[in-house]
Design a protein around this ligand. Structure first.
Ligand SMILES: *Cc1c(COP(=O)(O)O)cnc(C)c1O
Length: 366
């Protein structure tokens, strides 16, 4: 018995190794979780309360239309309910976008080393991904991406803004010009997982066109990563296309309830954004004290320069041995950095201590 040719040909790897596996493999009973850009500040207490109160009704399916949540999101984004599609996180919506738009053997384009789930889905659905390296400043190279798109005319181009792993923000007007410069047959999948950390005026203006799918999540600023819920902003025509292929009961009922309550707690969101800024400021100071630099970040994590890729890898391992979990970008030129998520003050202190010790250990490397 064999699987499809497509599946048999896929590599066995997954884009993410979770901290639970690292703990099993390294004999840790706890880790300081600063590796997945989860919110260290937790979800809104109002979301927790609403979800707790509804737990007994877990025997019910959620509303397959996510209607109440879409109404609240439509009010937030000043658009219609038909322009919103709810999914079990951006990773799910990204899969739907690739499945809906990239033919088997069809083209897709992204920056090499950006958030990995897009490449994962393109491979999984039999597309052909072409990539462009980051610039030496650690930014996605918009000019090179647009030039590649004009050459290969991909059906989907993926761009994260603010980007992960760099944390770099491209101003909304530049994103709009970039979008307009793409070929007519190319859809822009704009991943705005970190939009909630950025002033709205700096993001691309609202726009609903068939060539544009913007995806947002409750996993980062809203602190609901484990609930698995996010949404796409697009045209009713695209939403209807996703309707044909999405898992109708794929969104957790409890997540719908939590997300709706979280949307109503602006004060919590503002607090998380302020705490995140404080954390990143502290990491910048730490980096300066250690004689190194960071990439200015508009997300809830920051990249700290370790000088060389091998040294960054060694530092990640040395931090893990000390019970601190961070990740590092995989592709040059960002692979000489470690990426650390915003933590609470005790998590930041644990990270700073572990990093100082790791640097002493890894100073002679390689
Ligand atoms: C964290 C992250 C996601 C994952 O979002 P989910 O809604 O949890 O699936 C997607 N894109 C980027 C750029 C991210 O950093």
């Amino acid at each position: 018995m064999r699987a499809t040719r497509l599946v048999e040909a896929l590599p066995a790897n997954t884009p993410f190794i979770g901290p639970e596996r690292l703990m099993r493999e390294n004999g840790h009973t706890e880790l300081v979780r600063l590796g997945a850009n989860e919110s260290a500040f937790g979800p809104s207490p109002k979301a927790v309360e609403a979800m707790s109160a509804e737990l007994e009704r877990l025997s019910w399916y959620g509303d397959p239309d996510s209607f109440a949540l879409r109404e609240a999101l439509a009010a937030k984004h000043r658009c219609s309910v038909e322009q919103i599609l709810v999914g079990s996180g951006i990773d799910d919506l990204m899969g739907l976008t690739v499945r809906a738009f990239v033919d088997i053997g069809g083209g897709a384009v992204a920056a090499r080393g950006t958030y990995p789930t897009f490449a994962y889905h393109v491979a999984g659905y039999g597309g052909r991904l072409e990539t462009v390296p980051y610039t030496n400043e650690g930014e996605q190279d918009l000019e090179a991406l647009a030039a590649l798109a004009r050459r290969v005319r991909p059906s989907v181009l993926y761009l994260a803004n603010p980007d992960n792993p760099s944390g770099v923000l491209v101003e909304g007007e530049r994103i709009a010009r970039f979008y307009e410069s793409l070929p007519d047959e190319t859809l822009l999948l704009l991943d705005e997982a970190y939009a909630d950390f950025v002033a709205e005026s700096r993001l691309m203006e609202p726009r609903f066109e068939d060539r544009l799918v913007r995806v947002r999540t409750f996993s980062k600023a809203y602190g609901l990563a484990g609930a698995r819920i996010g949404y796409a902003l697009t045209t009713p025509r695209n939403a209807e296309r996703f309707e044909r292929i999405r898992l109708q009961y794929g969104v957790n009922r409890n997540a719908q309830i939590g997300a709706l309550a979280a949307l109503q707690d602006d004060a919590h969101l503002r607090w998380v954004v302020a705490e995140t800024a404080a954390a990143l400021g502290e990491y910048e100071t730490l980096a300066r004290d250690l004689g190194t630099t960071t990439i200015p970040s508009y997300a809830n994590f920051i990249c700290i320069d370790m000088g060389e890729a091998d040294r960054a890898t060694a530092i990640v391992r040395a931090l893990l041995r000390r019970g601190v979990w961070v990740r590092k970008p995989g592709a040059p030129p960002l692979d000489r950095y470690i990426r650390v998520s915003a933590g609470t003050p005790p998590m930041r202190a644990a990270f700073a201590n572990a990093l100082r010790a790791a640097l002493v250990e890894c100073v002679a490397l390689p």
